[in-house]
Design a binder for this molecule. Structure first.
Ligand code: FRU
Length: 522
């Protein structure tokens, strides 16, 4: 795509026009990455929820496709909206949807019914009810057929939770090889509970187990994901990761949406978190991202050999509908690879930028290094509006010779009155993103803030920050990827300057690698 509107992301997916929220059905099949997403075909705010669709061969160049599931009755009389869900390739045709040897792709989603009605299947639903339904595609995801003879396939919550029928959503479905079953994880949003189901054929579902409430319980629980990862790349040790969204109720210092995770085991029936992943007093949580703009994280089904790649909605319900972009709203994060590794004696979830990102900002790196950056600043000139920075420096304790803080200012105006700071505080040992002066912050009173989280130096004594800047976002991955901070920014178009800033002393052994925007191709 060759979009040029102010604030238009260049290497992040955003729809050509209209409102987008959650990734809803990330599926890799037959060489194509499918991205389905919550989409309003008729406006720039949430409504008429449908599944938009985009495809990519490399997760970085996207082609928007026709809407996959259009709100039933759109535009005048919407009787069913298609909320968040997931998608699988039913390679063994367990569903029976496949004909002539074609592999059916099956999407499982939440049907949200605005009004009481008797459905084509004969099932009766109440106004505002949320139930789980399926649709299938026999042409590699280009067109979809809703399974109207039976939908919804999970009509009501189990009787214990019958009263939750309006807050029952977001099925994440996957194939569990060990038990040869499909598993779906759903959320009872208001009571902070996840509910797991199993099926042989994607059509008939039986209740399995429940999880929660645990750790952070702000707002509602939504958009669960559950997947295995090997530890330290050793295929004999597998752990399961459970990810879910909270809204409002994100990490400390943020307002609005956030994402937490648990590491544990899944035995085909229940997910049991490791004790070190649970914080009984709810005093803390495992936050997947410490910034304000990372929500409804979802991961790809269908990737080979234990790979896990995640995308999240790079926005926040607090101000999502007020961000100053037009004629679209919202982008997805960059694709990130997930892995588990022992870090500081603890199994830790790491996020690494997908390697295909290397190609999108040009092929030439520019490197600089400084034995020491003295107190003050080093001008880096103009870096354009989209670029990637790897910044690393020696950790130290701050004293009267050494800096208290080291930062890079990006997307800055020539006089630096406008800037976004990404840096490290040597006293608190925290990485931070400061968007107080990042540009337009006026549309929401909570937007202009600082976000921060603890980050230890790597075993070699260095602090590493990888920073992805686009026309309206800054994503920071710290250390080996154990922390992530994702923020939108809305700077002026000519705010392209950058500099390094060492505060109250010097910073040692600074290395900077830059890859800046080239003329972008479609
Ligand atoms: C999360 C969410 C989901 C729901 C969807 C509706 O952002 O509230 O729980 O399915 O958005 O668009």
């Amino acid at each position: 795509m060759n979009y040029t509107e102010p604030h238009r992301p260049q290497y992040h997916f955003s729809p050509k026009k209209n409102w987008m929220n959650d990734p809803s059905g990330l599926l890799y099949h037959d060489g194509t990455y499918h991205l389905f997403f919550q989409y309003n075909p008729g406006g720039i705010e949430w409504g008429n929820m449908s599944w938009g669709h985009a495809t990519s061969e490399d997760l970085t160049h996207w082609e928007e496709q026709p809407v996959a599931l259009l709100a039933r009755g759109y535009p005048n009389d919407v009787t069913e909206m298609f909320f968040t869900g997931s998608a699988v390739a039913d390679v063994n045709n367990t569903s029976g949807f496949g004909v002539d040897g074609k592999i059916p792709l099956v999407a499982m989603y939440t049907s949200m019914y605005p009004i009481n009605q008797t459905l084509p299947s004969g099932k009766y639903v109440l106004a505002e009810q949320q139930s789980q339904s399926i649709a299938y595609s026999l042409d590699n995801g280009m067109t979809w057929t809703t399974y109207d003879t039976e939908n919804p396939v999970i009509h009501n919550p189990p009787s214990t939770y019958a009263s939750e029928y309006q807050n029952f959503r977001d099925p994440f479905v996957f194939w569990h090889d060990e038990t040869q079953k499909w598993i779906a994880v759903t959320a009872f949003a208001e009571i902070h509970k996840l509910f797991l189901w199993s099926s042989d054929n994607l059509l008939d579902w039986s209740p399995l187990s429940e999880f929660g409430p645990k750790n952070a319980v702000g707002g509602v629980w939504e958009c669960p994901n559950l997947f295995p990862l090997s530890v330290n790349d050793d295929e004999s040790t597998t752990k399961w990761v459970l990810v879910l969204g909270l809204n409002p109720g994100g990490p400390p210092g943020t307002v609005g949406s956030g994402t937490q995770y648990f590491i544990g085991d899944f035995n085909g029936t229940a997910f049991t978190p490791d004790s070190e992943s649970v914080h009984p007093e709810n005093e803390t949580a495992n936050w997947l991202d410490w910034g304000p703009d990372f929500y409804a994280a979802a991961s790809y089904n269908g990737l080979p050999g234990g790979e896990r790649v995640q995308l999240a909605w790079m926005n926040n319900w607090q101000y999502g509908a007020a961000i100053p972009t037009d004629p679209w709203r919202s982008a997805m994060t960059v694709p990130r690879r997930l892995s588990l590794k022992m870090v500081g004696g603890k199994i830790t979830l790491l996020q690494r930028p997908h390697e295909n990102l290397q190609g999108v900002m040009g092929h030439r790196d520019v490197s600089h290094s400084w034995h020491s950056v003295s107190e003050g600043s080093v001008d880096l000139g103009s870096l354009g509006k989209a670029f990637h920075v790897s910044l690393s420096f020696a950790d130290h304790d701050s004293d009267n010779r050494h800096a208290s803080e080291f930062a890079i200012a990006v997307r800055a105006s020539s006089g630096f009155s406008q800037q976004t700071l990404v840096g490290y505080n040597f006293t608190s040992k925290e990485v931070f993103v400061d968007r107080r002066k990042s540009g337009d912050v006026s549309f929401d009173g909570t937007f202009g803030s600082i976000y921060h989280t603890a980050l230890s130096a790597c075993p070699d004594g260095r602090v590493n920050l990888e920073i992805f800047v686009d026309w309206s976002s800054v994503e920071v991955l710290g250390g080996q990827g154990e922390v992530s901070l994702t923020s939108q920014i809305f700077p002026d178009g000519n705010s392209t300057n950058a500099r390094l800033v060492s505060t109250e002393g010097s910073t040692r052994d600074v290395k900077l690698q830059l890859r800046a925007e080239t003329a972008h191709e479609s």
